[in-house]
Ligand binder design. Sequence first.
Ligand SMILES: NC(=O)c1ccc[n+]([C@@H]2O[C@H](COP(=O)([O-])OP(=O)(O)OC[C@H]3O[C@@H](n4cnc5c(N)ncnc54)[C@H](OP(=O)(O)O)[C@@H]3O)[C@@H](O)[C@H]2O)c1
Length: 487
Amino acid sequence: MRVTEQAANIGVVGLAVMGSNLARNLASREGNTVAVFNRTYAKTDELVTEHPEAGFVPTSSYEEFAAALQKPRTAIIMVKAGAGTDAVIDELLRVFEPGDIIVDGGNALFTDTIRREKAVRETGVNFVGMGVSGGEEGALLGPSLMPGGPDESWATLGPILKSIAAVAEGEPCVTHVGHDGAGHFVKMVHNGIEYADMQLIAEAYDLIRRGTGKSPAEIADVFAEWNRGELESYLIEITAEVLRQVDAATGEPLVDVIVDQAGAKGTGGWTVQTAIDLGVPVSGIAEAVFARSLSSHPEQREVSGELPGWHDADAVPPVRDADAFIENVRLALFASKIVAYSQGFDEIRAGAAHYGWDIDLGAVSKIWRGGCIIRAQFLNRIADAYDAEPGLPVLLTAPYFVEALGRAQAAWRRTVVYAATAGIPAPAFSSSLAYYDGLRAERLPAALIQGQRDFFGAHTYKRIDKPGTFHTLWSGDRTEVEAEDTH
Ligand SMILES: NC(=O)c1ccc[n+]([C@@H]2O[C@H](COP(=O)([O-])OP(=O)(O)OC[C@H]3O[C@@H](n4cnc5c(N)ncnc54)[C@H](OP(=O)(O)O)[C@@H]3O)[C@@H](O)[C@H]2O)c1
């Protein structure tokens, strides 16, 4: 095939659902001509045939793809993350020149992005790892975009990305997050927060259903109502839609015929693993990841079904006032959600410090207001908090959140008590509350843990009343000696 040389100002490699939709989004914006390439040509042909209005420049080899692009060339890769991304980068480096830009829009692990950026930079080509959120619809109509990479690339890419991103309150949902892997790091944490948010909503649904006996359709009304208040968000909105859906084959609520085993593509797990490495307690996100794992072990659940619960009928308080109970669950959900977001932003803050990224946390919360899965009004409050105090060490200590958490206290605790008493699992609700109380505590039992560590491993401890490091001679006369710091 012969393509018009240098006809396109941007190219897309990888034309599965995300790539084709992103390519169509790009093509629909004034001034863009988009070159497209896919390893299997049939997909390129299908896209170009189905969307003549897009004016795509189809290419069937990497050489043609490079020839179709104006210099400096800009290509966005949207292929299966991992080996696929490396394979495409190798091919592009063969045909690209110094100054060209390769953008990886796949869900890459940020450490892979750091590695790739370093390797590609040595060839003189610029590499940008970019988080893309919003699923297929977002890719087509306006995603939230989280590009990392060098400043020079942002100068070229910025205007193009602004033109295709979602718009929230007049502002495009894209910002240059930071260098090398910063964009994919932030996208990873976005997904971790998404896991926590979804788990909290699922727990709220379960508590209301089992606590009040309301039907999924009735609970859909509850979520629709909540979506008009401080919980307003895409996830609450779609929860109402899912709960209202009736299965055409059985006439049952769809949620009752779906197998109760939640899948995962791995980004939630990455968020938790990374948080562990950074020493950041993202307990709400971790519980959300583990709750999905627990659900996905039918063999364990089957043999555990007969495990004793609290069978004393009087022990489980019946929900007498359904409206009051639902309001308690709403407040508990809001408080737990604040904790989950606070933990996620804490991880970004710690990641930025560790990897040397200059990440504007307020700007990150703003680009999540539109296009992405966790989009919500609430993110404006996070932006306000960081605008007022950019170095805020704990998000939930900002005045807006302090007020909300104060208002939710009794309801949050009653809801967790009810869940525990009734035997309804609410791991994200209860771990969020435990984290909150842990932060608030004047003294933590960590002192005892230090004593235990010193007992069995001579790991030493510090004292509250004088400087230095100490060890008790546990297997000797139990006197205390000064010791070297072995922390
Ligand atoms: N789906 C979402 O909601 C979503 C949201 C955000 C980000 N993402 C990320 O966006 C990327 C694309 O997602 P997707 O769902 O559209 O597609 P996908 O199923 O993850 O990947 C399929 C695409 O990758 C290409 N590919 C795989 N291995 C390749 C290789 N070795 N060399 C060249 N091309 C290769 C395939 O080409 P062939 O047609 O030749 O097989 C096809 O174009 C992924 O990284 C995904 O994680 C997805």
